[in-house]
Design a protein around this ligand. Structure first.
Ligand SMILES: [Zn+2]
Length: 513
């Protein structure tokens, strides 16, 4: 097992096989090719609200389909899965032998498949349809970077939309879809109007160069298109998410370091890795950006936790020591191994020199940590949320550094910001559904609080007893962590006047004291 594979296996995040289809419009203009892109449903746990191409995980039965002209069994399974996903999500049947099927007949086939009356291989066989590898042009294989608990090893295929078929949204996984020129789609991303992952952007950029002889070669020209996970993830322009491996809380394995940049300046937020190899990779990325005419303006840490500051000293040393470190005063006071050079207060505005203009407003948002800072880019509707909101895992409120009352206030404050369209959290992928996500966080906490109050009213008097009653969805391994969270809730309930502690430190309902 290679070193990398071993690490992945250790983290329990071996990527699952998946396939996606970049559907080209029939007889599209080779100079301005049109593709069918979709907006993923905001309800989806994996990349909800993102713009993408249809696709999904390979089913076990996908491999049972015989694909003509396919070089090997793996390619066959991937093509079969891609064709099935395309059919399931957009009603497009990219098969041979089905040219005479009417729209109604295709819909009835889809119903057979969706209802489980027929498996995909059985359906193809029954209607004498077959797949031909020549209809599926392989244009790369992308692996989700290891910063996400859900990872896919996705094969991408370029497919011409079959004659007389028009894609439509079938079930609940997608909420929008349209034909669009690759140029225009890419422009939407460039103007901060959509959130997308690197393979989507790479496909749009590549197709924007036209359907040329060397199209496939251009698709495959990146190592990332050959299974090497991307390090620089640009969910949005000018905001590079650079996940670094950290000793953080599972299921997270990485902390998102952000490199926010203009043509002239770079802000580095949360270089959190204590590991030399990771520090080195980040340094190389910055060196390249510096070589392109930029300077690192400052390093900022959102809060004091080790998985957010672990690489600060190494990065400072690498940059020659004169790049200042900035943080909130509460963070600066608490740190001993890291020296904070500049303090950031609530309301401070950081304006980067260069193009395009970027202005960030600091928000002091305590709760997860006393000195926690978020950064708001009002022009782009972007909010850097640090560990207040994360793209993977959950947020721990651990007293006394953590304070549930402050945390809820901070969430409300974030919720009140207008026109948010993306959240960049301290772990996991960007969140393309900001208000929905913040609401989820708030209601989840309030629900827990109600349950905890119930438990106290029913006679539970300490966090241990409460956890056993309330955290029935949590593995016993996480109980000690859950007890910390319960304590945070109890302290809030005490401040709210709903519970009290007696002389023995036991928690009791206030109205029965
Ligand atoms: Zn933290």
């Amino acid at each position: 097992m290679s070193h990398k594979k071993a690490q992945e296996a250790q983290a329990g995040v071996v990527p699952k096989d998946a396939a996606a289809v970049i559907l080209l419009r029939q007889n599209t203009d080779p100079q301005k090719p049109e593709v069918y892109w979709v907006k993923r449903s905001e309800k989806l746990a994996f990349l909800g609200g993102y713009h993408a191409f249809p696709g999904g995980q390979i089913d076990a039965t996908d491999a049972e389909v015989d694909v003509r002209n396919s070089p090997d069994a793996i390619t066959s399974a991937m093509i079969s899965g891609a064709a099935r996903e395309l059919f399931e999500e957009l009603g497009v049947l990219a098969v041979r032998g089905g040219e005479t099927l009417t729209k109604g007949q295709r819909a009835s086939l889809l119903d057979d498949l969706e209802s489980g009356r027929m498996s995909w291989p059985a359906l193809l066989q029954h209607y004498e349809l077959f797949l031909d590898a020549n209809d599926f042009t392989y244009v790369g294989r992308w692996v989700t970077p290891p910063f996400n608990a859900r990872r896919f090893d996705t094969w991408f295929f370029l497919v011409n939309c079959p004659a007389k078929q028009e894609p439509y949204l079938t079930a609940g996984e997608l909420e929008d879809g349209e034909w669009i020129t690759a140029q225009e789609a890419y422009e939407h991303w460039r103007r901060d109007q959509v959130v997308a992952v690197p393979p989507t952007l790479h496909a749009l950029r590549t197709l924007a160069g036209g359907v040329t002889q060397d199209l496939v070669a251009r698709f495959l020209s990146l190592s990332n298109a050959q299974g090497e996970p991307t390090r620089r993830i640009t969910f949005r322009p000018n905001y590079i998410c650079f996940p670094v491996r950290t000793p953080t809380r599972p299921p997270a394995t990485h902390t998102c370091c952000y490199l926010i940049h203009t043509s002239q300046e770079i802000l580095v937020i949360d270089p959190g890795s204590p590991y030399e190899d990771e520090q080195q990779t980040l340094a190389e990325c910055l060196d390249e950006m510096i070589a392109n005419g930029r300077r690192v303006r400052e390093i900022i840490i959102t809060h004091l936790h080790p998985d957010h500051i672990g690489g600060v000293n190494a990065l400072k040393a690498h940059l020659g020591g004169d790049v200042p470190l900035a943080a909130h005063a509460h963070t600066a006071e608490a740190l001993t191994d890291v020296h904070v050079d500049q303090l950031i207060e609530d309301g401070d505005v950081i304006t980067l020199e260069g193009e395009p203009p970027i202005r960030l407003t600091a928000l002091h948002t305590p709760g997860h940590a006393r000195g926690h800072l978020c950064f708001h880019d009002a022009d782009r509707g972007a909010l850097l949320t640090g560990d207040n909101i994360v793209g993977v895992g959950s947020v721990l409120i651990d007293p006394p550094e953590g304070n549930m009352r402050d945390y809820l206030k901070s969430l409300e404050r974030m919720r009140s910001l207008p026109n948010l369209s993306v959240l960049f959290g301290g772990h996991g992928p960007a969140v393309a559904t900001p208000y929905q996500k913040i609401d989820e966080y708030i209601s989840h906490r309030l629900e827990r609080e109600q349950n905890i109050l119930e438990a106290v009213r029913n006679g539970a008097t300490d966090p241990r007893q409460i956890v056993a009653k309330v955290y029935t969805d949590v593995s016993p391994k996480a109980y000690s962590m859950a007890e910390r969270a319960v304590l945070a809730h109890l302290e809030k309930l005490r401040d709210d006047g709903a519970v009290i502690t007696d002389d023995h430190g036991l928690w009791l309902p206030a109205d029965r004291a």
